[in-house]
Design a protein around this ligand. Sequence first.
Ligand SMILES: Cc1cc2nc3c(=O)[nH]c(=O)nc-3n(C[C@H](O)[C@H](O)[C@H](O)COP(=O)(O)OP(=O)(O)OC[C@H]3O[C@@H](n4cnc5c(N)ncnc54)[C@H](O)[C@@H]3O)c2cc1C
Length: 494
Amino acid sequence: MTMSKDVYAEFEAIVGPEFICADPAIMPSYHNTAHAAVILPENTAQVQAIIRLCNKHKVRFRPVCTGWTGRFEPGMLYMDLRRMNRIIEINEKNMYAVVEPYVISAQLQAELMKRGLHMNVKGAGTNCSAMLRGHGHLDQSTSGDDRNHLAIEWVTPAGDIVRSGSLGSADEWFSGDGPGPSLRSILTSAVPPGATPGVFTKAAMKIYHWPGPTKFPVVGASPNYQLSEVPPNMMARYYSFPSVDQMWQAELKLGEAEIAFELMGFNIAMVAANISTSNEEEEETFKRLSKEIQGPGFFIIIAGNSAADFAYKKRVLNQIVSDNNGKSVTSLEDPRIEGILLCQCIRISASIRETFRPGGMFKSIPVMGQRDLTIKWAIGAGKAKEPLIAKGLIVDDGGAAFGWGVEQGHLGKTEIFCKFDPHNAEAQKAVDAWHFEQSDRAFKERYFALLGYRNEPNATEEIGQALSSYHKWWNEIQKAFDPNRVSPEGGALV
Ligand SMILES: Cc1cc2nc3c(=O)[nH]c(=O)nc-3n(C[C@H](O)[C@H](O)[C@H](O)COP(=O)(O)OP(=O)(O)OC[C@H]3O[C@@H](n4cnc5c(N)ncnc54)[C@H](O)[C@@H]3O)c2cc1C
């Protein structure tokens, strides 16, 4: 849908001619999609004015930060939030940070480390927005997703400004809740499928104690990031175990002991991805490391607040690992490799390699929830990958799933994916079949319900009923907040 000159002029009047564009020559740089126009608001007032105009002219809009999501519908007003990139506050006493949408994780993490603090960087990478929820490598000690959100400034799809929790009642950012019914359950985030319609213009997020140096000793440039030295009282190791159950028991005990700074259930293919700089080197590294493991494993970082604390944590770790017949992959203990792993897995700077790697595409089944349950399901899903690996249709990553604990294992995440060449039709077909079968098995065997894995007419109804009819509530919420269906999610009523 092209925007009429008059309507375009009204939007232009809000941001000025410099910060709006509908030039077809420019659109390819915006995810190669024919957007109605791209507009770059500078602040909350401009976002509100833009959304009110969208309602007036029934123009659908899409707010975007780094656009790592990658899926965009043509004909919408693309709200590029890159001008809203300010760190508003770092409150060291109450341990929260307030950011605008386009503050990326790398930027905020560096500022926090200077103050002995840090944050949850989602697994998508340090290049992504810090504000939008996510989960990843650091969840064991920095929680994840919307559990880190505090108060939020939100412009609804109808153009109202909502200040949640303590922000609305006391102009403070420390809490997203308040007396009475809380909006938090709706203000979860923007990463589909649980996408909150409208625009987050500012958000407070929890920050955490950082036991490391105020300046992280990174040297080199991508993909050759290294540490000039392994910081004192810090250690990274990868342990493999004879069975999934012994790995799981060790993970549980480590959660109870609360000694891990990071516990990431990488499969060894992902470790190879983190320490390699090319596909060829990665293939070779994966083959070499595969010979050093005895079975499934996890990556762990221990960080002491003192030499004594570090020594205590190492003793507990060694005890738990040996109680479960775990073995360290010794080639990864080389200080240069250990430095690379500390760098990649604290800054989260290797996601693109972890996820895409050779093959060029990945299709995953991610599950948040009870890890012991989902691990059992994932073993079956891993077995189902083996025939595809044998036929060379997907990248051989040992078939293993990966996952991690959240908040010292109180919650957890398990994920399994296939990496393949999207230009290989046979591979695409086989991976789609695998994805459907394993998602359907999860639903039928009541492990979890992956939203959207089925799209025949009554699918949403059947899955929705199994999930407390969330779909009905979500539709009502959408209709209430987005009467003119102008926000992205508004158009996707389930
Ligand atoms: C290779 C890869 C690995 C990934 N791994 C992980 C992972 O380990 N953990 C994880 O949590 N996620 C992961 N993701 C998903 C990722 O979090 C999202 O893709 C997210 O998009 C990251 O980019 P971003 O935060 O800059 O958001 P964007 O891509 O810019 O936006 C994400 C979504 O939020 C909407 N949006 C953007 N800004 C706002 C705003 N201010 N208000 C309201 N809506 C907004 C956008 O319209 C879009 O729907 C991965 C994605 C990829 C591609």
